[in-house]
Ligand binder design. Structure first.
Ligand SMILES: O=C(CO)[C@H](O)[C@H](O)COP(=O)(O)O
Length: 151
């Protein structure tokens, strides 16, 4: 599976760690930056291109990173076709796949250890959407809203 990943400065070390660990697990990781640590970089410029890559690559998933993950989730969700979920434990990472069919996971690099973040990323990538009609119905409502806005 292809995994698109991006971060701002606040989770730069976490991004480097996840690229290494997920690649070792066999994922095809596409690194959308930041390429170097720059304390003045701005997350929308890094996260939106990553989310656009997920939207343009059916079957892929994305991981966006920042200090808290809040702004990164917001940025990713601006992109048509993206459902980005924020996680702070593995239950959240699992639920955003099972209930929301999220195609992007947002994590805060300042919120947990590298190892705990990797656990959340693995759960997110390994968990399928439940396909339950009640969850699909709600996702369809969101898609319909997105379509109306795009007109
Ligand atoms: O998490 C984030 C956005 O939600 C950013 O990574 C965070 O705001 C960056 O903070 P600073 O510029 O103080 O390092």
């Amino acid at each position: 599976m292809r995994v698109h990943i991006a971060t701002d400065h606040a989770a730069f070390d976490l991004k480097q760690y996840l690229v290494k660990e997920l690649t070792a697990l066999g994922y095809e990781v596409v690194d959308h930056g930041a390429d170097t640590y720059d304390a003045a970089d701005d997350y929308p410029e890094l996260i939106i291109p990553c989310a656009e890559a997920v939207a343009a690559d059916p079957g892929s998933l994305g991981i966006v990173l920042g200090g808290s993950g809040n702004g990164e989730q917001i940025a990713a969700n601006k992109v048509k076709g993206i459902r980005a979920g924020l996680a702070y434990n593995t239950v959240m990472a699992r639920l955003t796949r099972e209930h929301n069919n999220a195609n992007v996971l947002s994590l805060g690099g300042r919120m947990q250890s590298l190892e705990d973040a990797l656990d959340m990323a693995k759960v997110f990538l390994e968990t399928p959407f439940s396909g339950d009609p009640r969850h699909q119905r709600r996702i369809d409502m969101l898609d319909a809203y997105e379509e109306r806005q795009a007109r």
